[in-house]
Design a protein around this ligand. Structure first.
Ligand SMILES: *Cc1c(COP(=O)(O)O)cnc(C)c1O
Length: 363
């Protein structure tokens, strides 16, 4: 009906059609206020109702207790790499970091500008094709916090169970798998995620922080970079990304309508399994990722163990068949299909059928 194509982008990525439709329907007259959400004063009641609703629905969907603040910030996940140590670092208590790819490597660079870190595990020597096992990780009980990324968007790996960090707060970059499976928020000190993968449009960063941790920041931390500022002002110390927050509210409604995160998680699992099975059943396609670390969100695969010419041809022909953004990240090559929450099963079926076709012609 809309001539939409199958979009496998790693981010910004596919959004639920019913949400796009709702935003379209409310574009000129949002909830009877006679203006779009982008034209509302962020200080008005009409807008604060929307903001409050977005926060309340995230709390419901993720079952977040009052011990945690839910913040809508800006600057992307990338700003959190610096903002977390600015607020949570306790002097002389290095941050324990686990390196599983580009996003954690970038975070480590930022942490080291502000604090000290200790690399407690890394899968770099295995080209980041797996998540370190718990017996490879030796945590320090006196660390300020532990930093890791739950899903490695570029390498296609994912933590399928988190490590127990005891009393040390666990800080997780969940940019590419938040809301895709159920988690117990009380096990985390701080969760952050850029919105543009599973939450909504780019421009909002969701931060879920245990309130007591926000008290750690010293007065030297700039006002805008202090979690306490945003907690105190309900993320409205300055003008927030009003449209993005509105859109997040709609996405949360959609998740609840689909049966909540548990239902979404089942679907995600089934979709990823369908694609991994197709890869595993063929000798033409292979997954470079060790089977216990495979991501349900970003499926990385190779043709003939890495044949750049055939992979290029695959991407070009897939694009012609209305399947776009299947090229792997420029740093790793190969192919990548991102299957975020809003990806319909029909997209995965179309991809697998295209893959079988391509194999029979080129294999
Ligand atoms: C996309 C992504 C980022 C970067 O997010 P920005 O919002 O662009 O800063 C960070 N970490 C992970 C795991 C990501 O997938």
């Amino acid at each position: 009906m809309y001539n939409r194509i199958f979009n496998f982008s790693a981010g910004p990525s596919v959004l639920p059609v019913p949400v796009l439709e709702k935003a379209r329907d409310e574009m000129l007259n949002c909830r009877g206020h006679g203006m779009s959400v982008m034209e509302m004063s962020h200080r008005s009641k009409m807008y604060s109702d929307i903001r409050d609703s977005a926060e309340a629905s995230i709390r419901r969907v993720m079952n977040i207790s009052d011990d945690y603040a839910v913040l809508f910030l800006q600057g992307g996940a990338s700003l959190q790499f610096a903002m977390v140590p600015m607020n949570l670092y306790l002097s002389d208590k290095p941050v324990d970091v686990i390196d599983t790819g580009s996003w954690t490597s970038k975070a480590i660079v930022e942490i080291n500008k502000i604090a000290k870190s200790r690399l407690v595990a890394s899968s770099k020597s295995d080209k980041y094709t797996r998540i370190p096992t718990s017996d490879e990780i030796s945590l320090n009980p006196d660390a300020s916090y532990v930093h890791l990324a739950s899903n490695n968007t570029i390498y296609g790996t994912q933590w399928h169970s988190f490590i127990d960090t005891g009393d040390v707060p666990l800080v997780v970059d969940m940019s590419s798998d938040i809301l895709s499976y159920e988690i117990d928020v009380s096990k985390f000190g701080l969760i952050f995620a850029g919105a543009q993968k599973n939450i909504g449009p780019a421009g909002v960063t969701l931060v879920i922080i245990r309130r007591d941790l926000a008290e750690r920041a010293t007065d030297n931390v700039p006002t805008m970079l202090k979690y306490a500022t945003h907690i105190k002002k309900d993320s409205m110390y300055n003008t927030p990304a009003t449209f993005g927050i509105y859109f997040i509210d709609l996405v949360m409604d959609w998740i609840e309508g689909e049966g909540g995160i548990s239902a979404i998680a089942e679907r995600n699992k089934a979709q990823a399994k369908y694609l991994y099975n197709a890869i595993d059943e063929s000798d033409f396609y292979t997954s470079p990722v060790s089977s216990e670390s495979r991501s349900t969100m970003n499926v990385v695969f190779l043709i003939q163990g890495g044949n750049p010419e055939l992979e290029k041809k695959f991407v070009a022909e897939a694009t012609e068949a209305n399947m776009v953004n299947l090229k792997g990240h420029r740093s790793v090559g190969g192919l990548r299909a991102s299957l975020y929450n809003a990806q319909p099963m029909s997209a995965v079926e179309a991809l697998v059928s295209f893959m079988n076709d391509f194999e029979s012609k080129n294999g």
